[in-house]
Design a binder for this molecule. Structure first.
Ligand code: SF4
Length: 429
């Protein structure tokens, strides 16, 4: 970006959010509902205190062993007749997936931040494919041509009245702003897509290296359709999602739902180990029974290895993407969370810096108030404020300094005070 483009770009984004009453209404309704549900779940799960500490240790160990775990996962997936790929960056991942889908196909997707990170939908649509998001929030966002604003609830900023307008346009008839009715519209519209899709694309919440098992956690049941109904299942996920064993994966699953949505356990947890198969006739294995015939796992680096090498930023890779810290962030409530990027809130600044480039977050890091709430509420006690501070230092060294700050800095260095006044000695102690 040239000169002050990096500032103007975010200024517009911030202004849009601050002027948008409608978005804040949606957000504040969601924050209240989430907070009540989470507090109630945590008060009834005291044992979670110990489990979340265990999960932190599992993640620490997994990131240290990342390279080894990637190799083990690749071998395990091949052992169960899956195909596996390691993409170094977004371009390579898109190329791999585009080769697998081809063009002119009907593709259904379940929620995947990693696919947003690489701009997968746009790439697939450019090739002439029809791509349908099937998570309700993602579906709403896709129809409205907006960006998601939360990792668990992508359309959290869209109140029911706006959803009703969007669905009315889609169906060409009036849809009332009644939430159960809105959910019914998505169910009816997407059902036929699930059944006729050529390819299903999902993300993963965890991968167990030893067994090559993909864990997908969800409440709506759409990811089950996506990963089961089409003949080809492609799973795209970051290499930080790998843990050594199934039991490590189960530990993480105990922590995620209460912190993500305030429930003891999500409605569905799919565990997928290879494509569907049967050996019911003469014990001869045939791949492709009722589920997909092909399973392709695409593991993505795209900055994660660089993150893992840094003692401070490595912590961002421990994130299990519960989204809890966003609801607690005072800045998120006013400015939304993505700041025009694909990851959200304070932790999202770090992720976006590594996956999309530091210039993308240069203006947004100053929005962080360092209140520290994100660290307090994080089940893994991830020190996001420390990482944001470090990122800010790096950016300043690279010349990303707000003009007002640059002026103050110059005045301190040249005149000994931040006010631009000449009487240097007045300020000496
Ligand atoms: S940083 Fe912590 S609270 Fe925030 S999304 Fe990640 S795991 Fe959840």
């Amino acid at each position: 970006m040239d000169s002050d483009d990096w500032l103007d770009f975010k200024r517009d984004e911030f202004k849009k959010w601050m002027e948008d009453e409608r978005r804040r209404t949606g957000l504040s309704r969601a924050v209240s509902a989430y907070t009540l549900a989470k507090e109630s779940a945590l008060s009834r799960l005291p044992e979670l205190e110990e489990t979340r500490r265990e999960v932190r240790k599992i993640k620490e160990l997994s990131i240290v062993r990342m390279e080894e775990l990637v190799k083990i996962t690749m071998d395990s997936v091949r052992d169960v007749n899956g195909e596996v790929y390691l993409a170094k960056d977004a371009e390579e991942a898109k190329e791999i997936i585009s080769d697998l889908t081809g063009s002119g196909k009907l593709i259904v997707k379940s929620k995947s931040l990693t696919s947003d990170e690489i701009g997968l939908n746009e790439a697939l649509e450019e090739m002439g494919n029809s791509v349908y998001e099937t998570d309700l929030g993602e579906f709403i966002i896709q129809l409205r041509k907006e960006k998601p604003t939360h990792m668990i609830n992508p359309s959290v900023h869209v109140p029911r009245e706006e959803v009703a307008k969007t669905f009315s346009e889609l169906l060409g008839r009036e849809v009332r702003p009644e939430i159960p009715e809105l959910v019914g519209v998505a169910r009816g519209y997407l059902r036929e897509k699930f059944c006729n899709a050529d390819v299903g694309i999902t993300g993963a919440n965890v991968i167990s290296a030893k067994t090559g098992t993909i864990f997908i956690v969800e409440n709506e049941g759409n990811a089950r359709f996506v990963s089961n109904a089409p003949p080809k299942h492609i799973c795209l996920t970051g290499i930080e999602k790998i843990v050594p064993t199934l039991s490590d994966g189960f530990k993480l699953l105990q922590v995620l739902p209460p912190y993500a949505t305030g429930v003891f356990m999500s409605a569905y947890v799919s565990m997928i180990t290879g494509p569907s198969k049967t050996a019911d006739i003469e014990k001869t294995i045939v791949y492709g029974a009722h589920g997909p015939k092909e399973l392709h796992l695409v593991l993505l680096d795209n900055g994660r290895r660089r993150m893992a090498e840094d003692k401070i930023f490595r912590e961002a890779l421990y994130c299990i993407r519960c989204g809890g810290c966003m609801y607690e962030c005072p800045v998120y409530r006013i400015l939304g969370g993505s700041f025009g990027n694909n990851y959200f809130g304070g932790i999202g600044l770090i992720w976006s810096a590594f996956t999309a480039g530091e210039a993308q977050v240069a203006a947004a890091v100053d929005a962080c108030t360092k209140c520290g709430r994100c660290k307090e509420v994080c089940p893994l006690e991830i020190d996001t404020p420390r990482m944001v501070e470090r990122l800010k230092e790096k950016l300043v060294k690279k010349g990303f300094v707000q003009p007002k700050h640059a002026e103050i800095m110059k005045s301190i260095l040249e005149k000994g005070n931040p006010f631009g006044e000449d009487e240097r000695n007045n300020y000496s102690v």
